[in-house]
Design a protein around this ligand. Structure first.
Ligand SMILES: [Ca+2]
Ligand SMILES: [Ca+2]
Ligand SMILES: [Ca+2]
Ligand SMILES: [Ca+2]
Length: 430
């Protein structure tokens, strides 16, 4: 399983004149507009977004089957959500990986490019997908229950390099209206957790040795990333590429007192924090092609993804997300929605004890625990100018609510799309 990821970022055959597009349409009910550009200004607002769309399926091949023709209600709702947000660059989490971009193209061509329920179609000439560690058998008993679980079972999923019932389940895809600098993409699927200095490796409390939940043999194959970490440079107009840093750290749950998933989640988040620090902090990092180090000071980035970590509530290990939110190179624009406030009032229970502001929640989780949380992020580097941000979470009075949001069991997903408008018009470095 050491083969290199296949890179797939395919340009459309027809060259789309993306540079001539106007500012993104404002279709999010909660959106504060980027406003009209000055009369001399070029269109310079670029919308980035992240969306955990629950476009994973229970069996291998099912997603391709579902996307091969229109009519899958859940995929239609996910597509409509993306259309109404109309991001220029978007990460979709929980999208089963299928080789050769098959699922990514089917979703794009059969759903995103077709207006759903009156929403305008959205065209993405560029996308990027690569393999995920989810569902890849490790050959070891990683959950220490005494046996190596069979592939396709929950136990097998738990013993995989990342939890999944088949290789690629819960993967991800990046769609973009702007070209992707494919040759400069870096992936970190194979980076080993033990190679991160100070890794918070879990401990088996039944033995005197520290940090020994995983054996030395297991640590030789145990990858840090539960899915993958990708640095996808996007060629936005008028400046050097913006590095879209995407991942989907494991939930800090489904484990025991050793907190192996909470600790992994923490270090998956730390990876990007070190990466954007660059220099010595990132000197331990290597990518899947052997390149080393992190980003340089002059490189702008947007971190995106379901980080499975709330700054106040939930099961995070050592306030994991603060590694990003408090990072000197990272801005936190604090996107909000009215729907999240309404959801907390409606759901009650543990939500009423939460320390974090309800208006910043992005996911509607079970209300015994952990409750609704802020877990989905789009975080720009410090020099990028924020023109607007929000969470696509309309309230129940909105005509879109029943079809795109709903209450458990949700019609589309338990996560909400987060968007961020950046003014990229200023010349780089000015
Ligand atoms: Ca096991
Ligand atoms: Ca021990
Ligand atoms: Ca809830
Ligand atoms: Ca909350």
């Amino acid at each position: 399983m050491r083969s290199r990821p296949t890179r797939l970022a395919l340009a459309a055959v027809a060259a789309l004149t993306v540079a001539g597009l106007g500012a993104p349409a404002l279709t999010s009910p909660a959106a504060a507009g980027p406003g009209s550009a000055g009369k001399h200004a070029k269109p310079t607002v670029v919308r980035f977004a992240t969306f955990n769309a629950s476009l994973n399926r229970a069996t291998e091949g099912r997603l391709v089957a579902d996307l091969s023709q229109p009519g899958d209600a859940q995929a239609s709702g996910a597509a409509e959500t993306i259309q109404r947000a109309d991001a220029d660059v978007i990460l979709v989490n929980e999208f089963d990986y299928v080789p050769d971009g098959e699922a990514a193209e089917l979703f794009r061509d059969n759903y995103l490019a077709v207006g759903q329920n009156g929403a305008a179609p959205v065209d993405y000439p560029y996308y990027y997908v690569a393999p995920s560690n989810t569902g890849v058998p490790s050959g070891f008993d990683l959950n220490n229950n005494g046996t190596v679980g069979a592939p396709g079972t929950q136990a097998g999923g738990d013993d995989s390099l990342g939890f999944g019932l088949f290789p690629g389940q819960y993967g991800m895809v990046v769609y973009s209206k702007y070209p992707i600098a494919v040759d400069d993409v870096r992936t970190f699927q194979e980076f080993l957790w033990k190679d991160m200095p100070g890794a918070v490796l879990p401990d088996d409390a039944g033995t005197p040795a520290p940090a020994d939940w995983y054996s030395p043999e297991e640590l030789e194959v145990f990858r840090l990333s539960s899915k993958s970490h990708w640095d996808v440079p996007i060629k936005v107009p008028g400046r050097k590429p913006v590095h879209f840093l995407v991942s989907h750290p494991t939930p800090p749950s489904f484990d025991g007192t050793e907190d192996r998933n909470g600790r992994r989640n923490h270090d998956e988040i730390r990876f990007w924090a070190d990466y954007v620090s660059g220099g010595r902090a990132a000197s331990y990092i290597y990518d899947d092609e052997g390149g080393t180090g992190g980003l340089g000071r002059g490189q702008d980035f947007v971190i995106a993804g379901d980080q499975n970590a709330d700054p106040f509530d939930g099961d995070s290990y050592d306030d994991a997300i603060l590694q990003m939110l408090d990072h000197p190179r990272v801005q936190d624009p604090h996107p909000t929605s009215a729907g999240a406030v309404e959801a907390t009032q409606r759901d009650g229970r543990i939500n009423l004890t939460h320390q974090g502001p309800a208006e910043e929640d992005t996911a509607d989780f079970a209300d015994g625990a952990p409750g609704n949380l802020r877990v989905d992020y789009v975080l720009p580097s410090e020099r990028l100018q924020v023109r607007g941000t929000g969470v696509f979470w309309p309230t129940s009075s909105d005509p879109l609510f029943n079809r795109l949001i709903g209450v458990y069991p949700f019609p589309v997903t338990d996560h909400r799309l987060v968007w961020l408008d950046l003014d990229t018009g200023r010349p780089h470095g000015r």
